[in-house]
Design a protein around this ligand. Structure first.
Ligand code: SF4
Length: 372
């Protein structure tokens, strides 16, 4: 009769339900083990003490491609100067970049500032609590939006980054490739109801402290009983190692000109990855031997005359994947001439003011080398 289950269909249904219950119990046990571990082992991080949307947002932006240890002093100083969205929006971009100097990836700071201005004008100074609104702000992608919504608003939103992708692969014993959506589905499925904030932080913490990229600490892992890679002994082979990242070497000639208590600064950017509105006059060069002619040319263009150049040394600096070597030249216009009017986007700036305007550590290092 239609609508009536046969005996074998009923048995299949029972088996499926039993399987689902088992899976539910296993997921609940996994969540419980992880949350219990997190309650005991969580690091005391400043953005965790009062996880407001603003504090979580700033911390997540700073933590992109950057270690916690590096971020800590920057975060504290940033929050001291800009304790909320409104104070950040009121600041100038140079003030924001000044506090970011040394942290790298400066587009993050510019986006943070622009987003703060928009949050004030479009959301009355409060970070919005929906995915669509957050994603429409500069510098906020799916991961950051998920972190803000889950950690600060306790909304059941997944987060996926390199650590979490690795953790999912190991837990499932996945050695091959999987599409991005697979990971987002997994990361959404394991969030326990009403505990998104704690659970997502626990997952992040496990990836950062225990399920490490090259040598996972499996014996100490709170979810080792649920891990397929551990069972198979393949944890340290997941994910398969990739070729090392290649670094780009960049060579600059940098000019330091001091005259009558003033320093020659340039508003022309030698490269857009160097932060700040102001820099020292500089040019990219392709060979070491081109350094002095390039510095001479910079001086001629800026001052409209030839000057005596003295080599002041070489400074090294790294910005993200770039390794920069800067050959520094000191130039002194002849004492008998008046302060020449600078050109080519350059200006004379008083010494102490110049120290404040130079936000890039590269220029600060060059300045130290270039001073007699
Ligand atoms: Fe990672 Fe090992 Fe824990 Fe598995 S048992 S999740 S591989 S640390």
């Amino acid at each position: 009769m239609r609508g009536t289950l046969s005996n074998s269909q009923a048995m299949t249904g029972n088996r499926r339900r039993a399987g689902q219950n088992l899976l539910r119990d296993r997921t609940a046990a996994f969540q419980e083990s992880l949350l219990r571990w997190f309650a005991r082992h969580r690091r005391d991080l400043p953005w965790r003490r009062t996880p407001t949307p603003y504090r979580v947002w700033v911390s997540e932006i700073m933590l992109q491609q950057t270690r916690v240890r590096t971020v800590l002093p920057y975060y504290e100083l940033f929050l001291k100067h800009f304790p909320d969205v409104r104070s950040l929006a009121r600041a100038s971009e140079s003030e924001v970049l000044e506090l970011w100097a040394g942290l790298g990836y400066y587009a993050r700071a510019r986006n943070l500032h622009q987003a703060a201005v928009r949050i004030v004008s479009e959301h009355r100074g409060r970070l919005p609590g929906t995915l669509e609104e957050l994603l429409s702000l500069p510098g906020i992608g799916r991961y950051t939006a998920g972190a803000i919504l889950s950690i600060a608003f306790n909304k059941s939103m997944p987060i996926v980054d390199g650590n979490i992708r690795r953790l999912i692969c190991r837990l499932h014993g996945i050695t091959g490739r999987r599409g991005e959506e697979f990971f987002w589905r997994q990361a959404a499925a394991w969030i326990p109801a009403g505990q998104a904030s704690e659970f997502n932080q626990a997952v992040m913490e496990l990836g950062a402290l225990v399920c490490l990229p090259s040598s996972p600490l499996c014996p100490k892992c709170p979810v080792r009983d649920f891990c397929e890679a551990r069972r198979l002994g393949t944890a340290d082979r997941i994910p398969p190692s990739r070729p090392r990242a290649t670094f780009q070497s960049v060579l600059f000639a940098v000019l330091v000109v001091e005259w009558d208590g003033h320093l020659l600064l340039s508003r022309k950017h030698v490269a857009d990855y160097i932060p700040g509105e102001w820099g020292l006059p500089a040019a990219t060069i392709t060979a070491e031997k081109a350094a002095r002619p390039a510095a001479s040319l910079l001086a001629r263009r800026a001052l409209g005359m030839s000057v005596l150049l003295e080599e002041a040394g070489t400074v090294s600096h790294a910005i993200t994947y770039r390794r920069i070597r800067a050959r520094v030249f000191r130039a002194k216009p002849a004492r008998k001439i008046p302060l020449p009017a600078p050109r080519a986007g350059c200006s004379w700036v008083g010494r102490s003011e110049a120290g404040r305007l130079l936000t890039s550590s590269l220029y600060r290092k060059a300045l130290r080398a270039g001073r007699p």
